[in-house]
Design a protein around this ligand. Structure first.
Ligand code: ZN
Length: 134
């Protein structure tokens, strides 16, 4: 793992939360993007060398909708930057972690991403992400 790439925060209304986080972080979001495959609308803020990702569900089946139903708004995941997401999936699997994705898939912000199941990581939803490249 090379860095904490971003922290994902589940929100009910991304417009309201983007305004709140713009004030909190004193910077506007640099990008807003829908990730259809995950059923999320995302908004990204730069904070020094890392980022905050706001996530709003785009449909009731979205993992974000289910998360908010169970736990309410709040920190959803921590994303670690890695050189090669697929290599990291292989390493984590070898170490006995349960991966939700056994193959990296395209995520927001030009990344290849995969999640480890929180039941194998002390309740923390862990994302690994690498640059998508060419
Ligand atoms: Zn993320």
């Amino acid at each position: 793992m090379n860095s904490i790439e971003h922290i994902g925060i589940a929100v009910k209304d991304i417009e309201i939360s983007a305004r709140l986080f713009s004030k909190l972080l004193n910077t506007p979001p640099y990008k807003t993007e829908i990730v259809e495959s995950e059923g999320v609308l995302t908004s990204f803020f730069m904070v020094g060398n890392t980022k905050v990702e706001l996530l709003q569900a785009t449909n009731p089946e979205s993992p974000i909708a289910r998360f908010i139903e169970k736990k309410g708004e709040g920190i959803h995941h921590i994303a670690f930057g890695v050189t090669d997401a697929d290599a990291e999936i292989a390493r984590l699997t070898e170490e006995g972690f349960e991966m939700i994705h056994t193959q990296a898939k395209p995520g927001a912000d030009n990344k290849m991403i995969a999640f480890a199941h929180p039941k194998s990581t002390n309740g923390v939803l862990v994302e690994v992400c690498s640059d998508r490249g060419e």
